[in-house]
Design a protein. Structure first.
Length: 282
């Protein structure tokens, strides 16, 4: 299995798509999540916001103290989509290139090879997670220095829990990409199906139906991976909410959301193992 891990790590880290996804995520984090909002609130938005809005509290969300809710309000969904693509490419590209049969027919075997692949993906998702949190912290410290604000960061326990949460959520989406690649035996269709499910079916259809007040839809949402991931993220709270606005309520309790996300992660990994173990690879 050690050799499988080494081979997968070498192959994955040399894949251009991995670095392209990383560059896109960093660019989105810096130039869409942080810079525009800070610039807007730093240059006099008076008259453009509802009466009674505290601009300084809105600006404080871009400082280290509120880094956790600000990061979690935008990045987990984008990171999840990128990790889903990473999972699809990891296994689907071997189907597309016709190399999976060679890999799994040689020692150490199908399941050991898959274990090495999953271990590398888990480590890669963790490295991506840590890097994005580090970039967010560096940008927040920069803005705090420019505005002469406090550089104090969030409580360490909260930060560690938030990092673990984003890793768990992104690992679940990555595992979904892997099992879809195993089911369709190619990279293109599973990527389209995964993104369609994640962004359209869960992100649009269920949100629209749920906003119409259907209790049955809400009960169904509690069983899906996306809403549970969202509920887990919402457990860390929100930043400043202006008067007249209301922060959305979590669909389920944090412990239930964490258990559901972990269960889906294990289910997707087990499904991949079953497909690779029982099906003909040709």
């Amino acid at each position: 299995m050690i050799e499988s891990i080494r081979a997968e790590w070498l192959k994955t880290t040399r894949r251009p798509a991995v670095w392209i996804l990383l560059g896109i995520l960093i660019g989105v984090l810096v130039f869409l999540v942080y810079v525009p909002g800070w610039w807007f609130f730093a240059h006099g938005p008076e008259g453009l916001l509802p009466a009674g809005t505290d601009v300084q509290q809105l600006k404080a969300e871009y400082y280290p103290q509120l880094m956790v809710p600000h990061f979690l309000s935008t990045m987990p969904g984008l990171m999840g989509a990128a990790c889903l693509a990473l999972g699809v490419l990891s296994l689907g590209s071997d189907y597309g290139w016709g190399t999976l049969h060679t890999i799994t027919s040689l020692p150490p075997g199908r399941l050991a090879s898959l274990s090495g692949r999953l271990a590398v993906l888990a480590a890669l998702v963790l490295a991506l997670d840590l890097l994005l949190w580090a970039v967010a912290g560096a940008v927040a410290l920069t803005f705090a220095g420019i505005d002469a604000a406090s550089p104090a960061g969030p409580p360490l326990q909260q930060l560690i829990a938030a990092i673990a949460t984003t890793w768990l959520v992104c690992s679940m989406w990555c595992a979904l990409g892997v099992v879809l690649a195993a089911a369709f035996r190619q990279p293109v269709v599973p990527l389209a199906v995964g993104l369609l499910y994640m962004l359209v079916i869960e992100g649009l259809v269920f949100n629209l139906l749920g906003s119409m007040g259907g209790e049955g839809v809400r009960d169904l949402e509690k069983l899906l991976p996306g809403p549970n991931a969202g509920a887990l993220v919402q457990a860390f709270g929100h930043g400043y909410v202006p008067a007249g606005f209301q922060a959305p309520n979590a669909l389920v309790a944090a412990w239930q959301a964490a258990a559901a996300v972990a269960a889906y992660l294990l289910l997707f990994c087990a499904g991949t193992a079953y497909l690779l173990r029982r099906r003909d690879l040709t």
